[in-house]
Design a protein around this ligand. Sequence first.
Ligand SMILES: Cc1cc2nc3c(=O)[nH]c(=O)nc-3n(C[C@H](O)[C@H](O)[C@H](O)COP(=O)(O)OP(=O)(O)OC[C@H]3O[C@@H](n4cnc5c(N)ncnc54)[C@H](O)[C@@H]3O)c2cc1C
Length: 285
Amino acid sequence: MKLPFFLASKFVAAETLEATLPVAADLRSQGLRTTLDLLGEYISDPTLATAAKNSYIQLVRNLQEADGAIDKNISIKLSMLGQKIDESFCLDNVHELLRVAKETGTFVRLDMEGTDVTESTISILEKVYPEYPENVGIVLQAYLKRTAEDIERVCALGARVRLCKGAYKEPAKLAYQDMPTIREQFLEHMDTLITKGKFPAIATHDDILIDATRSYVKTNNVSPDTFEFQMLYGIRADTQKAIAEEGYGIRVYVPFGDMWLPYYSRRLRERKENVWFILKNMFKK
Ligand SMILES: Cc1cc2nc3c(=O)[nH]c(=O)nc-3n(C[C@H](O)[C@H](O)[C@H](O)COP(=O)(O)OP(=O)(O)OC[C@H]3O[C@@H](n4cnc5c(N)ncnc54)[C@H](O)[C@@H]3O)c2cc1C
């Protein structure tokens, strides 16, 4: 059964690129930066992975044509570009996309997915970064026990990191499970990234982490132009605007496309009130 899109519309801008571009332009006009994510993941058919790469190239071209009205910044999931089919096929797809990104001055963030692809995602970044240092960065997840080492590795490379808590279900052997420890890890990594990373992104809606980052940067006289906050489309929109008004950079992650179900399910899992919202709407006449 395909759920109706209006349910997902709280978190997903639109099902088409055409309808998403005005949403991104509107956020931009409110002083918010954006990154666009064409939804889709864990693709097992090479034809679909090639089609996804072509759609991403088209997206980059559309952002170029928008001529400054929309940020040239996108987020991609490597499992959509064939990572689980064959890593070298995926690498070729990433190269092809990054060539167009370089030509158009677009930044491409490699989202981080489950632990089955963590090592592969970092290793693909390491392979492409030297050729596209201004065009590619990665995401690292505070809940993973390996992340302190990964941060050192990515900082040594010089690549930009988005730090988030982590959204996938992972076993206790690999990931911290309790919120106080995850927050503690997040703040340690925030400190490392702000101290020695390249323009890190602090991606969270958690007031404890946002406030701690604010006080860290004030105490240490860190200039607001050396990092940014990031939040997801549809979550805490008022806080997003308030952070921008305070003079911090804030980027909204804007997902779109018709393959929205896995992304949407992760957002539901994060907060039980969202499930009530769905149930209420499903049974409304
Ligand atoms: C820009 C961005 C990019 C991300 N990229 C990745 C990625 O590549 N890989 C990955 O694993 N994870 C990614 N995430 C997701 C992240 O890992 C967390 O799962 C998610 O952000 C929830 O954690 P939180 O820190 O916002 O805090 P939480 O403690 O979950 O939330 C704090 C508060 O924010 C609000 N809130 C949070 N989530 C919701 C929601 N779903 N609905 C309504 N309100 C909510 C609530 O008020 C809540 O009390 C990304 C998150 C952001 C912001």
